[in-house]
Design a protein around this ligand. Structure first.
Ligand SMILES: *[C@@H]1O[C@H](CO)[C@@H](O)[C@H](O)[C@H]1NC(C)=O
Length: 433
């Protein structure tokens, strides 16, 4: 009997630690180093996450406008001897030998002279300068490869019909026919060439990987020639989130990151549609990694907002910034979680947000609070929590995809403020793979 129990225990242990082949790609946004107090994340804070991650993606390097070289965006933080974060991050490999650390470029944070991402693709010389400098930069600091989070033009946000309809109509007449990117085809070809050239340069080095990240609201079918590039890249990170954001859609709050299309919405604006595009274009499922955001998108509700809170609903721009991240329209997961409770109903504190879960597990969770009598304090937030992160991971498993990416670690609850567990979103996703 004892033996049997011991054997059963052994078996259970073996299952528990059986290595899953699924990838967990963890993004680290180095901007978090300069945030305030609770939101300030140092490289050391990554440690509790790294046993769950197969890849760590350092975001972000940029492109130097005139030379088209790939360069650190924050020299002082990234490479100077005082901080040397590149090195601090790649040094984690000695503690986590299986970890692949990639240097990512772009990521929607390299906004100075944004046209350079297009211009670079149009010029073979610029591409060569970029590739050579990028490989050198990655190699010098001990990275295992490069991730191209290319800043392509984004498709236009959907038009919102409202009392402002007539004005919108006028604006549409003026700008409506202008293509977002007049040289789409050229940029698609240029990117294919860039991937090929980058792969060639990395191939010369031992064990260097090449990843691409498709940023939110970039139309994959326009810019990514899947058959031409898929065999050249190790993984494709699909930024299939932020379909609706307060910056793009200030007057309408809606699910930011639906897994499937909610009723009466554009059938292309959800994670499943992005995944299916890549699959039907011929990408092996195992190369596709689905993004899981660790934050909420917030809108301000006003007197015109439908009081039931059911999306889509009228909104009045981005919700107020969180106490720590201090970015309008965004709350980190621990900031959302703090707003869901107000334990003492303290006077002077705003009431908590009411959470509405989605039993269908297809659209996401939201929480909201109507404005008070003076019209202040209304908020609506669409966010991911451990439950929805787990649902995305289950989807990944059911579809046979390669894994999940966590975007990003600095906005997950890395201090364990919500329940005491550090990195609850990362953990929830990992456990469901
Ligand atoms: C992406 O581009 C295709 C044409 O290549 C178009 O049919 C589709 O509607 C676009 N998707 C979005 C979300 O704009």
């Amino acid at each position: 009997m004892k033996l049997l129990i011991a054997f059963a225990g052994l078996l259970a242990a073996a299952y528990a630690v059986a290595p899953s082949t699924s990838k967990v790609v963890c993004y680290y946004d180095s901007k978090s180093y300069v945030r305030d107090s609770q939101a300030r994340m140092l490289p050391l804070d990554l440690d509790p996450a790294l046993s769950f991650c197969t890849h760590l993606v350092y975001g972000y390097a940029g492109v130097q406008p005139d030379t088209y070289k790939m360069v650190p965006l924050n020299v002082n933080l990234d490479v100077d001897s005082s901080h040397a974060n590149y090195r601090a991050i790649t040094n984690f490999k000695s503690k986590y030998p299986g970890l692949k650390v990639l240097l990512s470029v772009g990521g929607d944070v390299d906004t100075e002279e944004a046209q350079k991402y297009n211009l670079l693709l149009e010029s073979p010389q610029a591409r060569t300068a970029f590739v050579n400098s990028g490989v050198l930069l990655a190699e010098q600091h001990g990275f295992d490869g490069i991730d191209l989070a290319w800043q392509f033009a984004k498709y236009k946000p959907k038009k919102i019909r409202s009392t402002w309809g007539s004005i919108w109509h006028g604006i549409k007449k003026t700008f409506g026919t202008t293509p977002v990117d007049e040289k789409e085809a050229e940029h698609r070809e240029g990117f294919t060439a860039l991937v090929r050239e980058m792969k060639q340069a990395l191939n010369v080095k031992p064990n260097m990987q090449l990843a691409i990240t498709v940023l939110p609201n970039v139309n994959s079918s326009i810019y990514y020639d899947v058959p031409a590039i898929i065999n050249l890249v190790d993984i494709v990170n699909l930024g299939a989130y932020d379909f609706e954001t307060p910056d793009r859609n200030p007057k309408e709050a809606d699910y930011a990151t639906p897994l499937n299309a909610p009723q009466n919405r554009n059938p292309l604006l959800n994670a499943d549609a992005v995944v299916n595009y890549w699959l039907q274009a011929g990408a092996p499922a195992q190369k596709l990694i689905l993004g899981v955001p660790t934050y909420g998108r917030t809108w301000k509700l006003d007197a015109d907002s439908e009081i039931a809170g059911v999306p889509p609903l009228h909104a009045d721009g981005p919700g107020e910034a969180g106490p720590y991240t201090k970015i309008e329209g965004l709350l980190s997961y621990p900031e959302v979680c703090a707003k869901l409770i107000n334990p003492n109903h303290q006077k002077g504190m705003r009431p908590h947000l009411r959470k509405v879960t989605d039993p269908s597990k297809r659209f996401g969770t939201y929480a909201f609070r109507l404005p008070d009598d003076s019209g202040e304090g209304g908020m609506w937030v669409s966010y991911e929590d451990p439950d929805t992160a787990g649902q995305r991971a289950s989807y990944v498993k059911a579809k046979g995809l390669g894994g999940v990416s966590i975007v990003d670690l600095s906005l997950d609850d890395f201090r364990g403020l919500c329940t005491g567990d550090k990195y609850p979103i990362l953990r929830a996703a990992k456990y469901r793979l």
